[in-house]
Design a protein around this ligand. Structure first.
Ligand code: SAH
Length: 351
């Protein structure tokens, strides 16, 4: 078998990786925000209830989560949303049998989909995706002396996987601004993430609703490979043991915002996770939780810091908000339109 594109390699490796295990938590390979604290999902649920209320509470709205992991975010978000009067039908897009089983135990009334194609098409959608886009395959192009080529994965003499350079010229796929990049430069794109965001934005335009994409990523286009593999909370070689480690790449939020707008969606803003959670009132929520459990004050404070501190998840992680054209601004985003006031902070409700 000859070399295969990085994107095929990443897709195959992650399909194998997620199919067979629950990778989340201290005993697994990595920890995500909803597994750190209930506050994360609660604030997302309040954000959804808030924008839904200000959109005049359309009926039959669906909560749609892409890659819901253990179902923890959905559990916390739906509990908080219910306090705001929002009780949506629940739809999960998930390919992993192992994680679907965990989600089914936590959300017996939900409906599952393998991809976005058979989601309801006749009603507003409230879409949430945390650490989903980063797991989708990236394509990499590398600049050689002879021009741009696709970065591939092949086998070396000892049977180990190694990155190799493809033979077919790929110059036509490179945006003009990067065409003359230095030899060795890598340009990464994610056609799969682009397709998901395009699909969601098109549905928002046609059906109404709003979406939050949360992931670690960058706000301006950049060069360089961001492909990484994590196993047991440590970075490992992405080409060693495919299917045994979580392969991710940083998300290119600027490109995705442009794709969302081109598909008819309204981009509400992209903000660092820490600033967004603070604007939504995470400190007030932490205080409220502490009043109910004074012995846990230290732990709650540490959880909030882990989600918001710049040196933890606060800066690298970004939150991108989208909505249907007729829907209001979303809370917590710096105002991007000139018509009308910015949406305010959502008020955490007492338990
Ligand atoms: N959102 C959860 C889990 C993040 S891990 C959390 O924050 O804890 C990535 C999730 O996306 C897993 O549920 C994984 O099974 C799912 N996933 C990965 N690739 C997918 C694909 N191509 N289609 C659907 N789900 C996918």
């Amino acid at each position: 078998m000859g070399p295969i594109p990085i994107a095929h390699y990443m897709a195959e490796a992650n399909a194998r990786y997620y199919a067979s295990r629950d990778p989340l938590g201290a005993a697994g390979d990595f920890v995500t925000a909803p597994e750190i604290s209930q506050m994360f999902g609660e604030l997302i649920g309040l954000w959804l209830a808030d924008i839904w209320q200000r959109a005049r509470q359309p009926e039959n709205v669906c909560y749609v989560e892409l890659g819901p992991g253990r179902g923890t975010l959905a559990r916390d978000a739906l509990r908080a949303a219910r306090r705001g009067g929002l009780v949506p039908e629940v739809h999960f897009v998930e390919t992993s049998p192992a994680l679907t089983a965990l989600q089914r135990a936590a959300h017996p009334g939900a409906q599952w989909h393998h991809d976005l194609s058979d989601l309801p098409a006749d009603r507003p959608l409230l879409v949430v995706a945390n650490e989903f886009l980063d797991a989708l395959p990236v394509r990499q192009l590398v600049r050689t002396a002879a021009g741009w080529r696709e970065r591939m994965v092949g086998l070396d003499g000892s049977g180990a996987f190694v990155p190799v350079v493809g033979t077919r010229p790929m110059d036509a796929a490179v945006p003009a601004g990067f065409a003359d990049a230095a030899e060795g430069s890598i340009l990464e794109t994610s056609p799969a993430a682009a397709t998901v965001v395009q699909d969601v934005a098109g549905r928002l335009a046609a059906q109404g609703g709003a979406a939050l994409f949360i992931d670690y990523g960058y706000s301006q286009p950049q060069l360089g490979s961001t492909l990484q593999a994590v196993r047991a909370h440590r970075k490992v070689d992405p080409f060693a043991g495919p299917g045994e480690a979580d392969l991710t790449a940083l998300v290119d939020f600027a490109t995705l915002a442009g794709i969302a707008e081109a598909a008819g969606g309204r981009w509400l803003g992209t903000r660092e996770q820490g600033a967004w959670l603070k604007a939504l009132g995470i400190d007030a929520r932490a205080e409220a939780l502490t009043r109910g459990a004074p012995h846990a004050e230290e732990a709650i404070r540490a959880e909030a810091l882990r989600l918001t501190a710049p040196q933890e998840m606060g800066s690298l992680f970004k939150v991108m908000g989208l909505a249907a054209p007729g829907w209001p601004d979303g809370a917590g985003f710096v105002r991007v339109s000139s018509d009308g006031p910015a949406a305010g902070t959502v008020t955490p409700q007492p338990d």
